[in-house]
Design a protein around this ligand. Structure first.
Ligand SMILES: *Cc1c(COP(=O)(O)O)cnc(C)c1O
Length: 413
């Protein structure tokens, strides 16, 4: 197909796209193709207005009375309930709070407390590093708790033995985008007597998730990726209702049953609020809520269909480049196991990602050689995919990646 025909075909698909109207709800510069919504989601236009109101009225005018008057104090629970609707959880099972890393610590220690005879924390070595780092901290701090990490991600379930208290896995792998079967893995872990913590950082807002249907124990995930909650947005923590008697180790006053009684001793709140720690970050929560509200307007099934179609189109357009320039698919082809991203390995991956930025395509590079393209069906168009591969071809054909300044790696990739 020639370029013009391709563009016409993509434009036709955009015109028929039931989600097309959402693009205009985001602030996106003309010409820019943003394929990094899985690292930092784009800015919903409503967020700017929302934050302006929270700052000028709720903070500026209401001051401290806004904890009640503007419902600041119940925001973590209210937003948690909204996220629960995206993730197949019940009201009262999710709280929006802290960072994903901190929530991993909270979930790990809660799960450990529910498995007193068992000492092992299990994960796999290719997991997003912070997950395993948090396990290392617990191992170093609490004598006797040991971290077990399998080198082969497929072998992790074979390592379930009667010592394992908790299995921590990411549902959609951050590099390969590979999706794990949440229900099946949870069942196997339960059969072995372990609890499971699911990291949903690349799942929430990207693929349909059914925490309740999978009989999940705990889950955590980011607010700034597909939820579009803004840089450093609060994360969330899911604890199944049956596990909410676990005593939190991060026993801060906001998780107390009566924080404003200022009692001498810690007495955890009866429900999910016990997983709060300190004072909620109100500005960050307001931005997160705007992102989640927007996502709740979209149909998750429709999002998934479009996400897969964008990925199919991407892989189809990439085939000639794989043959000519040596890209190798580094993500799943099978739709049942594919998250909302495509990835390619290339020895010049880092330089190519930098050269793409100069052509106004933002993707990211993940060490050692992976170019990762996040597919966000709320604001990406089919024509963006066709255009991306055309610009990528230009980078390869002109060897635009071979600039000396790309030899030095930046601190953030
Ligand atoms: C992005 C990501 C994180 C990030 O954790 P923060 O505490 O927000 O920095 C954690 N886990 C996974 C799987 C991620 O993809």
């Amino acid at each position: 197909m020639t370029g013009t025909l391709l563009a016409a075909d993509a434009a036709e698909r955009d015109a028929a796209d039931p989600l097309a109207g959402f693009r205009d709800r985001f602030q996106l510069r003309d010409g820019l193709i943003y394929l990094d919504g899985n690292s930092l989601g784009a800015l919903p236009k409503a967020t700017a207005d929302r934050l302006a109101r929270v700052i000028a009225q709720e903070w500026g005018e209401g001051l401290i009375t806004s904890w009640l008057g503007a419902l600041w104090s119940t925001a973590p629970r209210r937003i948690g309930d909204k996220i629960a609707r995206l993730l197949g959880a019940a009201s009262g099972e999710i709280i929006a709070t802290d960072s994903t890393s901190v929530n991993i610590f909270k979930a790990l220690t809660a799960a450990l407390s529910l498995r007193p005879g068992r000492a092992k924390l299990l994960s796999e070595a290719t997991n997003f590093p912070t997950d395993v780092y948090m396990m290392q901290g617990i191992e170093a701090f609490s004598g006797g708790r040991v971290r077990a990490v399998t080198a082969d991600p497929d072998a992790v379930l074979d390592a379930l033995d009667d010592e394992v208290a908790v299995l921590l896995l990411t549902q959609v792998h951050y590099k390969s985008g590979r999706v794990r079967d949440m229900a099946q893995v949870t069942r196997k872990a339960h059969d072995a007597g372990a609890l499971v913590i699911w990291d949903l950082s690349h799942s929430a807002g990207a693929i349909p998730v059914d925490l309740g249907g999978a009989n999940a124990d705990f889950a955590i995930g980011c607010g700034y990726k597909f939820l579009n909650g803004g840089p450093g947005a609060p994360a969330y923590l899911f604890a199944a209702a049956r596990h909410q008697a676990a005593t939190p180790v991060l026993s801060g006053w906001f998780g107390h049953a009566r924080p404003f009684s200022f009692e001498e001793d810690y007495d955890p709140a009866p429900g999910i609020e016990r997983f709060l720690c300190g004072t909620p970050p109100v500005l960050g929560l307001a931005a997160l809520e705007a992102g989640v509200d927007l996502l709740l307007e979209a149909d998750m099934g429709e999002l998934r269909r479009k996400s897969l179609a964008l990925g199919d189109l991407f892989m189809e357009r990439m085939e000639p480049l794989c043959a000519r320039y040596g890209f190798a698919l580094a993500s799943e082809r099978d739709p049942a196991r594919r998250g909302s991203q495509v990835a390619y390995a290339h020895p010049r991956g880092y330089e190519i990602v930098q050269a793409l930025k100069e052509l106004d395509v933002i993707a990211d590079f993940r060490t050692p050689d992976v170019l990762r393209f996040g597919l966000t069906p709320l604001y990406l168009r089919y024509r963006d995919i066709v255009e991306t591969v055309e610009r990528l071809e230009r980078v390869c054909a002109t060897e635009a990646w071979a600039k000396p300044e790309y030899q030095e790696r930046a601190a953030v990739t």
